[in-house]
Design a protein. Structure first.
Length: 195
């Protein structure tokens, strides 16, 4: 404790996390864990959860060890590769956590065993999400601004890229669902956490 009565940490603790379906994933230095609230048997009998209610059953906690490639492979510590390895590890853990949370929401099968979402369903979901994101945030913008850029390329040797930037900004404003200036800090925090 410091002299002014406030607690102070001797050093930063590298902890992070993300929201998952009906729960949270936390990542530490050597371990990551997922805590998920499962639906009650009554909720599962009525056809599962609807959009306005949350799961009301027990909390399932899954803990996994975290061994970074950077600790076991020297090449993964090189400056450019280090960032790519960290991104890959974060995405891998994030998708595993989402899988754990999604599987926890499924009812048991006829024999009473836990069901799991298959690998093909996950691969299809990820592929669709990536294609949708690239289409919406890259291709749509490129195709929407292409006629103006094409006209400039035909009439001048050097196109005015400021007009292209204005066209992209206008398209972004049209695609935007709400004005970020009108969102309060509390609403932004709720949106980021997904709660």
């Amino acid at each position: 404790m410091s002299g002014n009565g406030q607690l102070e940490a001797p050093r930063d603790l590298p902890v992070g996390g993300q929201a998952v379906l009906e729960g949270v994933m936390m990542r530490g230095v050597s371990t990551w864990a997922v805590a998920v609230r499962k639906p009650t048997p009554e909720q599962l009998e009525t056809g599962g959860l609807n959009a306005t209610e949350g799961a009301e059953g027990e909390i399932e906690i899954v803990t996994e060890p975290l061994v970074s490639y950077a600790k076991t492979h020297r090449w993964a510590r090189l400056p450019v590769l280090r960032g790519m390895v960290a991104l890959y590890e974060s995405l891998k853990i994030g998708f595993q956590a989402l899988g754990i949370s999604a599987n926890a929401q499924l009812p048991p099968d006829e024999q009473g065993d836990d069901q799991e979402i298959g690998g093909a369903a996950w691969a299809g979901t990820i592929a669709f999400a990536l294609l949708f994101a690239v289409g919406l945030f890259f291709l749509l913008r490129a195709f929407a601004t292409w006629p103006g850029l094409k006209l400039q390329l035909l009439t001048t040797r050097e196109p005015d890229l400021s007009q292209l930037a204005v066209a992209i900004a206008a398209l972004d404003a049209v695609l935007q669902f709400e004005n970020p200036a009108e969102v309060t800090d509390a609403e932004r925090a709720v949106m980021e956490v997904g709660a």
